[in-house]
Design a protein around this ligand. Structure first.
Ligand SMILES: [Zn+2]
Length: 265
C-alpha cells in the first residue's frame, strides 16, 4: 500500500498535482501496532544506588463548590532509574547531555538482539563476541538502535532478583563484555544507541564499567530497564526513544515505544 496523499492545486493557469507522503497513515491505517517498552514510575521503580528514588507527592485533589475536580501532584527523582536514557556525558566529561541528543538519533529503526536462550536466567552471564557475531543485524548499515534482550524483564516484579542484590549493596545480573561494546562502536558506526532489559549496560557485578565507557566515548546513548516482557519483532519496528528533555541531564526518564507492523495471526 502506498502511503501518499494526492493534492490538486491550481496555480497560474496550471493544474499542479503533488503527491505528498502522509505520515498520519502510519497512525491511522491499522497496519501498525504500538508496543510500550517502558516501566511505570512509582514506588516500585528500580533506581541506581546513587540516584534518588521516585518520590510522588499527592498535593491537591479537591472538588470545588460547583463539583468540578481539580488535582495536581509533585514528583522528584534521580536521572538514572526506571526505563531511562544515559547520555554520553554520564561517562564522558565533554559528552553530549540529554538535551543535546537530536531527534534523528531518537526516532530510528529498532533491532532486538535476543540472547536470552544463551543467558538462560544465569545472573553471572557475560556476553562475548563469539556468542553473537553471527547474529548481529546491522540494519544494512543504516542508523539503528540495538536492544539486547537477556530475558530479564520477567524478574522485574522482584527488585532483589532483578538486580541480584547482594550484601554490601552490590549487584549481580547479566551484561555484555567491554569487548562486545568495543566491537559495536568500531564495526557498526551506524548504531546510534544501545539498550538492555536489565538495570545497566554493564553486568551487575562490574566495578569499572567498560561498556558505559566505550559507548559514551563513541557518543552513543544507552537505554536501561527496557521492558521486554511482550514479544517484539527483532527487526522491522521503529523505536521512539523520547526522554524528558533535561537540558544538562546525564540521564533522564524515558518513554520508549516501538511502532511495529501488525503481525498476521
Ligand atoms: Zn543510567
Amino acid at each position: 500500500m502506498a502511503y501518499v496523499t494526492v493534492v490538486f492545486a491550481y496555480i497560474s493557469g496550471f493544474f499542479i498535482i503533488a503527491i505528498i507522503a502522509n505520515s498520519n497513515d502510519v497512525l491511522l491505517n491499522g497496519d501498525y501496532e504500538f508496543i510500550d517498552l517502558t516501566y511505570p514510575f512509582d514506588k516500585n521503580t528500580v533506581y541506581w544506588t546513587d540516584s534518588q528514588e521516585f518520590k510522588f507527592t499527592k498535593k491537591i485533589g479537591v472538588f470545588d463548590d460547583d463539583g468540578f475536580w481539580y488535582a495536581t501532584n509533585d514528583f522528584s527523582a534521580g536521572e538514572h532509574g526506571g526505563t531511562h536514557i544515559d547520555a554520553p556525558n554520564h561517562f564522558k566529561v565533554d559528552g553530549k547531555y540529554v538535551g543535546d541528543i537530536t531527534l534523528d538519533k531518537l526516532i530510528v529503526p529498532l533491532i532486538i538482539v535476543d540472547v536470552s536462550s544463551k543467558v538462560n536466567d544465569d545472573p553471572d552471564f557475560e556476553l562475548y563476541k563469539h556468542d553473537m557475531d553471527y547474529m548481529l543485524n546491522d540494519n544494512m548499515g543504516k542508523p539503528c538502535f540495538i536492544v539486547f534482550k537477556y530475558g530479564w524483564s520477567k524478574f522485574a516484579n522482584d527488585k532483589n532478583k532483578y538486580l541480584g542484590t547482594r550484601k554490601n549493596n552490590t549487584f549481580n545480573f547479566p551484561g555484555m563484555s567491554g569487548e562486545v561494546a568495543q566491537w559495536i562502536t568500531s564495526s557498526y558506526k551506524n548504531v546510534v544507541g544501545v539498550g538492555v532489559d536489565t538495570a545497566s549496560v554493564d553486568k551487575g557485578s562490574t566495578t569499572d564499567f567498560p561498556v558505559h565507557k566505550a559507548f559514551a566515548q563513541a557518543d552513543l546513548f544507552m537505554v536501561e530497564n527496557v521492558k521486554l516482557d511482550l514479544p517484539v519483532p527483532e527487526y522491522g519496528c521503529t523505536a521512539l526513544i523520547l526522554p524528558m528533555k533535561i537540558a544538562k541531564g546525564t540521564g533522564a526518564p524515558l518513554r520508549l515505544v516501538a511502532i511495529c507492523p501488525k503481525r498476521s495471526s
